[in-house]
Design a protein around this ligand. Structure first.
Ligand code: SAM
Length: 298
């Protein structure tokens, strides 16, 4: 259910004063290059915790904990929190702040380089039955992070993340919808996405230029369509989106999928208009094309 958050000054006080005090205590400022926009709104933090639905039998992986504002609430509500943070300055703060929590762990690493499958499989147990990802993501690498979380086929139940609004709109759109892009198909292949909260830029310090949204990707037990060759499916989707507004026929021809004649023959026999544009296709349509091409190469 989409909840719009209206920020009032009063709502800001706890996380806001906490953030301001920590920045002052450690004499640091946000590093823009690392996408550091710290959450200072308690209502938004509550919204993320509620949406993620974390509980004591959950292992939570938090990407980019920063000063630990969200981490604190995750530690109180889940079985164990493993944070992955690139900025060494934050590691000192987090270790200091959470030294009395025995369910806290932090890894000082670029999340894109972490073997998340290994991390999750080593930490899941009888007590920590399910794994969930929760984060206020650094916006400069949102797309590669989301792609990694999906493509690594992690044994997780859900991904609840804050991302910039435009990206959220693309991620939660239906394939073929007006905001959809290649990544929309990936999201809908692996998960059931939903938008949870709209967040104004005033919920952060420093305030980013754009507004944000919290989205939740509920990981499916079985992918939403089945194809023999998944890699081929995504290669075709990427080709179709390489040149937006061009026809699917041109996209696939330029991508060297097959000769123009063969692609024309395929599209006609699958019932597509030769002038159709890639962004009009559903995931099922792309699956049909992938299955057809797969058979051709056999
Ligand atoms: N969770 C904090 C909050 O909500 O206030 C901070 C969120 S801030 C938007 C993003 C965080 O991601 C920063 O702490 C930043 O240092 C961290 N970060 C940036 N690039 C990263 C990377 N490649 N791997 C892990 N963490 C990264």
């Amino acid at each position: 259910m989409l909840k719009s958050v209206i920020i009032t000054k009063g709502d800001k006080m706890n996380a806001y004063t906490e953030t301001r005090d920590i920045l002052k205590k450690y004499n640091i400022t946000a590093n823009k290059r690392l996408g550091q926009n710290f959450l200072i709104d308690d209502e938004v933090i509550n919204g993320i915790i509620d949406a993620s639905n974390v509980n004591k039998s959950d292992l939570v992986i938090e990407i980019g904990p920063g000063l630990g504002t969200l981490t604190k609430r995750l530690l109180e509500n889940s079985g164990k929190v493993i944070c992955i943070e690139l900025d060494t300055r934050m590691i000192e703060i987090l270790n200091d702040r959470f030294k009395f929590y025995d369910n806290f762990e932090v890894i000082n690493e670029d999340v894109l380089k972490v073997d998340l499958n290994k991390l999750i499989n080593e930490n899941k147990s009888e007590e920590l039955k399910t794994a969930k990802i929760v984060a206020n993501l650094p916006y400069y690498i949102t797309t590669p992070i989301v792609m990694k979380l999906l493509e690594d086929k992690l044994d997780i139940e859900s991904i609840t993340v804050m991302v910039q609004k435009e990206v959220a709109d693309r991620l939660v759109d239906v394939p073929g919808g007006k905001n959809s892009g290649a990544i929309t198909y990936g999201v809908n292949y692996y998960t059931r996405p939903e938008k949870v909260i709209e967040v104004p830029n005033t919920a952060f310090i420093p305030a980013p230029e754009v507004n944000s949204s919290v989205i939740k990707l509920n990981v499916l037990e079985k992918t939403s369509v089945e194809v023999e060759n998944e890699e081929l499916l995504f290669k075709i989707i990427k080709m179709a989106f390489m040149q937006k507004r061009k026809t699917l026929l041109n996209g696939l021809t330029n991508g060297n999928l097959a000769s123009k004649e063969e692609i024309e023959k395929m599209l006609t026999s699958l019932g597509f208009d030769l002038r159709i544009r890639g962004e009009k296709l559903s995931l099922e349509d792309f699956a049909k094309i992938a299955e057809y091409v797969q058979k051709l190469t056999k």
